[in-house]
Design a protein around this ligand. Structure first.
Ligand code: SAH
Length: 203
């Protein structure tokens, strides 16, 4: 509840997102060495030199995505699986891709996530998206890209939205793209964040 209060004070207003943060045990997604810190509003290391995003960042991206039940959502960067779990708890069907084999396997075998059969895990390069399962209502990228990957636009439905941190340095701008009915793209800029980079290829 303290974590929820903290992210509320930072400006998260969507009650469904706050409830998801309240109900999902974040410490399950982290090494037990961090048990006591799991409900602080901080990012933490997970396997393979990657991170579980800060809860505020997870809430911020989720709020911008305006998730509705039964929507098909593509997530790039499974990492710990925490963000995927938040999306699934909002009723979405989640297709999540991870480029690191070990992280993909860990999340796929993570017993707690069996409570969320709406999440499907894929090993692959997020720059390619998932053409077999396209189009998606929403796309959420949880790693920093130099620019929005063109293939992801192709896999977005009309009126679909993509939330993605864009930038090459240590700081990126959160951007929300909306694919308009007539095919044009609307771009909205939000706050700055700091993500691990979106890298090409699998590992
Ligand atoms: N959503 C995650 C955040 C993980 S950090 C969570 O809730 O824990 C970003 C993740 O993106 C890392 O695991 C990294 O390996 C992965 N990643 C980076 N580039 C990628 C790419 N091209 N395709 C798929 N995953 C990628």
């Amino acid at each position: 509840m303290q974590l929820v209060d903290a992210i509320k004070q930072k400006g998260i207003t969507d009650q469904r997102v706050l409830d998801a943060i309240l109900h999902i045990p974040r410490h399950y997604f982290m090494d037990s060495a961090f048990d006591k810190l799991a409900y602080e509003d901080r990012a933490f290391p997970i396997a393979e030199g990657q991170t579980i995003s800060q809860p505020y960042t997870v809430a911020y991206q989720t709020q911008l995505l305006e998730v509705n039940p039964f929507e098909k959502i593509l997530e790039i960067g499974t990492g710990s699986g925490y963000q995927a779990c938040i999306l699934a708890s909002l009723g979405a069907k989640v297709y999540t891709i991870e480029r690191q084999k070990k992280l993909f396997e860990l999340s796929k075998e993570f017993t707690f996530l069996r409570n969320y059969p709406g999440i499907k895990f894929f090993f692959g390069d997020g720059y390619d998206g998932l053409p077999t399962y396209a189009p998606f209502d929403k796309i959420l990228v949880t790693a920093a890209a130099p620019q929005a990957p063109p293939k992801l636009f192709e896999q977005l439905k009309n009126n679909g939205k993509m939330v993605i941190p864009i930038g090459e340095g240590n700081v990126q701008r959160m951007v929300r793209f909306t694919k308009m009915e007539e095919g044009s793209i609307k771009e909205e800029l939000f706050d700055n964040f700091s993500f691990v980079p979106m890298l090409e290829g699998k590992k």
